[in-house]
Design a protein around this ligand. Structure first.
Ligand code: FES
Length: 107
């Protein structure tokens, strides 16, 4: 079974390499690797504490954000029109293999 590799930059600017199992959302992969993602709503797109920034080239390949996701994100700390995603709404994707994801500021 192949694992998706990902580089994560935390809120202190430190870099972490992690593996992402195909049956996880990105939020679950971050949490399972002890990154400080609160995910207080449990992945139902209603808290924005799983907010991450995705590089623009990758962001453009991920498809549209849902209305719910976008509504939460525009109110979130540090929102980026091209880059902000809720990690709980991102499933395993070959486009994210090898990508760098940055944790957004805490709410
Ligand atoms: S975990 Fe709450 S919005 Fe993603």
């Amino acid at each position: 079974m192949s694992n998706n590799k990902l580089t994560v930059i935390d809120r202190q600017g430190s870099t972490h390499d992690l593996e992402w199992e195909p049956d996880q959302t990105l939020m679950e992969a971050l949490r399972d690797n002890d990154l400080p993602v609160l995910a207080s709503c449990g992945g139902t797109a209603s808290c924005a504490t799983c907010h991450v920034f995705v590089e623009k080239e990758v962001f453009d390949t991920l498809g549209e954000r849902s209305e719910d996701e976008l509504e939460l994100l525009v109110e979130a700390e540090g929102y980026r029109e091209c880059g902000s995603r809720l990690s709980c709404q991102l499933g395993f994707s070959r486009h994210l293999d090898g990508a760098t994801v940055t944790l957004a500021p805490e709410e």
